[in-house]
Each structure stands twice: as C-alpha cells, then as structure tokens.
Design a protein around this ligand. Structure first.
Ligand code: PGA
Length: 250
C-alpha cells in the first residue's frame, strides 16, 4: 500500500518564530497518524523544525530545493548534504517556480536528483504542464517528456524511493484547481508511463501527489481519486486549520 502524504510548501513565507508557532499549532490539531505530514519551510528553519518533529513517525521535514553540485564557490546556495545534516529527510526538486525563476533545466534537475539521493534525501519531484500546453491538448506529451527526460535515468531502486507531485502550472497559486477528473486523468497517465518503464510493483507503490490550489474545500474530492495519494500544498499550508483539514481529507 502506498503512503498517503500531505506536504506543506511554505515557499518564502514565515519568520522562524512564526514557523515554529505554525508547527506547534499543526501538532496540537493533528489527529490522524496514518497520513505522513511533510513540512517544507525555508532553509533557515529546517534544523529547528526537524528537531521538534524528529520523534514523530507521521511527520517529516523537507527542503524546498538543493544545489546540483557538492560544494564550491556558489554564494547563497545550499547542498543536498547540508540539507540532510539539518535532519530533513525530503527535498522538493523541480518546482515550477524554480524552473521559471531560477531557469532550472532537466539537466540541472537530473543532477539535483542524483545529489539528493546520494545524500539519502527523498526527492519530491514536481512536474506539470503550462496553460498553453493544456489548451493545446498537448499536456500529456509535456508530462511524458518531463518524466522521461528528468527521471527515467534512475535505477529501479532509486526510482522506487521518490515521490512525484503533479502540479499543473496554471493551478499553482491561482485559485483555479484542476478538477478531480483532470487530475485523476494525469495521475493515471503518469502511473501508466511508470509501469511501462519500471513495471507494476514500482508503479503501484509510488506516491503521486496533486498540487495547485488544493485546499480544505476541494482536497476530499481530489484525494478520493484512485491515483491521487495526497497533496503538495502551498497557500493553504500556511494556516494550521486549513493544513489540518487537508490532512483529514482522505
Ligand atoms: P498552491 O501552491 O497550493 O498555493 O497553489 C502549490 C505549490 O506550489 O506547491
């Protein structure tokens, strides 16, 4: 059985004290231990939050990114090994905001994945089509290319460790969610592509999360879909009541 997961991507929000308060509120409100809750705060908060959550089997911490090289003169950057040294166990890679604002290409993403896995971090790898691709009905080809070009170099053993997040770019931060029909269609497509490449066992066991304006109102319908194993949540992860309601939406 694949794991149900809700990951909160805080992006560039919350001071350290605000972040610690949010974690505290989430811990007090959390009732289900069945769902894995992953908190992805800014780098500066990783150590403190990982320390608080280290004894909780149903909580974990993720970085929002890591650098693709092991060390060097790259001012402002953070390596996968540094992330792992904070106690974080996961790292988001390939978020569309990084592809857009930091110009991350498949080549860079492949290196990031390899660095993350070498540091024993579990990548949460983001894919998703643009509005132009969706309107032109080429979204499935776009998704296929993203998976093939950035992920299919992985050995079955490494591929079996990762989490995929399907985040249509047009749904991120826009308030426009993919319908459960649209999201399920793409999740099923992703799983089928993985099946063709890696076989049934790996494709059945990989968790595929939906992201893009997922909130306390629409999470239940999305999570009820056969191939949606949870969510990568941006805006709605910044309020403990919303985040908790989403984690209770399975
Ligand atoms: P959103 O962001 O929930 O605010 O749309 C999702 C994400 O970017 O991961």
């Amino acid at each position: 059985m694949r794991r149900k997961i809700v990951a909160g991507n805080w992006k560039m929000n919350k001071s350290l004290s605000q972040g610690l308060q949010l974690v505290d509120e989430i811990l007090s409100a959390s009732t289900s231990t069945e769902v894995l809750k992953i908190i992805a705060p800014p780098f500066t908060h990783l150590t403190a939050i990982a320390e608080i959550l280290k004894s909780k089997a149903d909580f974990a911490v993720a970085a929002q990114d890591c650098h693709h090289l092991p060390s060097g003169a790259y001012t402002g950057e953070v390596t996968a090994e540094m992330v792992a040294s904070t106690g974080a166990k996961y790292v988001i890679i390939g978020h569309s905001e990084r592809r857009l604002y930091a110009g991350e290409t498949n080549d860079i993403l492949i290196q990031k994945l390899n660095r993350a896995l070498a540091a024993n971090l579990i990548p949460i790898f983001c894919i998703g089509e643009s509005i132009e691709e969706r309107n032109a009905k080429t979204h499935l080809e776009a998704i296929r290319a993203q998976i093939k070009e950035a992920l299919f170099h992985l050995s079955p053993n490494d591929f079996g460790k990762i989490i995929i997040a399907y985040e249509p770019v047009w749904a991120i931060g826009t308030g426009v969610t993919a319908t459960s029909y649209q999201a399920q269609g793409v999740h099923d497509f992703i799983r089928t592509e993985i099946n063709k490449k890696y076989g049934k066992e790996i494709s059945e066991n990989i968790s595929i999360l939906y992201g893009g304006s997922c909130n306390a109102q629409n999470a239940k319908e999305l999570f009820a879909c056969a191939d949606i194993d949870g969510g990568l949540i941006g805006g709605a992860s910044l309020k403990s009541s919303d985040f908790t309601a989403i984690t209770n939406s399975f």
